[in-house]
Design a protein. Structure first.
Length: 295
């Protein structure tokens, strides 16, 4: 697309706020959620989880601002036949966007202050808990008891501050990387996109480029699992249901109906026929008894 920032300004601004938040830039709400996850993973001994989280944080910041750069910044690449029809959404859509964007900016501060990390920076005791931490304290207390761990005090100039700084740095690195490749238009910051460098980087890692281009082959995997294999399983089950289950039930019903149709001929309503049947039955019984007695 490109160049849509001026055409759909409300959508652009709310999307930009959401991208900054999800990239983990303070003081937006996404920073607090990301930093808490990474910090607690490290302090509880799951450094490998922290490392994965750091990699994902860089990737998240990168691809969100790749999206912003390719969609809203730079020159328009929209089909000329379509471009005149581009317009901002009506208020029934933009109002909810702003109602979501504003909490993305403020809610992290509201829920964490005066607790860490902002509280200690302002000289407030690190033991002070914010609204969210106080609300979740009973839950975490039970979890710490089950794990046999104790919650250490927040150290803004210690391990917590260091992890906080790393969290911010990786988010900024991801953003700047996207800006250098796909351009940026933020206030006085104007960087032009560099498609040649993008193509060069893609050529260096062809497998990763193909994997990204093909969405890591998840569509192909879903097609194989659910359409090809799942379709054949469904076709077999349909055949089994039709040929085995339904035919078995229908055959039993036909046999029962046929047996009833043949047996009803015995009921003639004539007494002499019944007497003959009784006589034949007695003869068969007597003959069988004599044969068994002879043995």
């Amino acid at each position: 697309m490109g160049g849509l920032a001026k055409r759909i300004p409300h959508t652009y601004r709310t999307m930009l706020i959401g991208s900054i938040a999800i990239a983990g830039i303070p003081p937006l709400a996404g920073f607090f959620s990301k930093d808490e996850i990474l910090g607690e993973a490290w302090k509880n001994g799951f450094q490998w989880v922290w490392a994965i989280g750091i990699i994902v944080a860089i990737m998240t910041a990168f691809y969100m601002f790749r999206l912003i750069g390719l969609t809203f910044w730079g020159e328009s690449r929209v089909d000329p036949a379509v471009e005149p029809h581009i317009h901002e959404s009506p208020s029934v859509m933009t109002t909810p966007l702003w109602l979501l964007a504003i909490p993305s900016v403020l809610l992290g501060l509201v829920l964490t202050f005066p607790g860490p990390p902002l509280g200690p920076l302002l000289g407030i005791s690190a033991d002070t808990k914010g609204l969210l931490a106080s609300w979740l304290a009973p839950v975490f207390e039970e979890g710490h008891q089950l794990l046999g761990r104790s919650e250490a005090a927040f150290q803004i100039f210690g391990i917590d501050g260091g992890l906080l700084l790393v969290s911010i740095v990786v988010a900024v690195l991801g953003m700047v990387g996207a800006w250098r490749l796909f351009g940026a238009e933020l206030g006085r910051l104007h960087w032009r996109p560099d498609p040649e460098r993008v193509r060069g980087l893609a050529a260096r890692v062809p497998f990763l480029y193909r994997a990204s281009l093909n969405k890591w082959w998840f569509d192909d995997l879903n097609h194989l699992l659910f359409m090809v294999i799942g379709g054949r399983i469904a076709a077999f089950l349909w055949w089994f249901d039709r040929r085995v289950v339904d035919d078995t039930v229908n055959d039993i019903a036909k046999t029962t109906v046929g047996a009833g149709r043949e047996l009803r001929r015995v009921q003639t309503g004539r007494v002499q026929n019944y007497a003959l049947g009784i006589a034949v039955g007695l003869i068969v019984m007597a003959g069988s008894f004599l044969v068994l007695a002879a043995r």
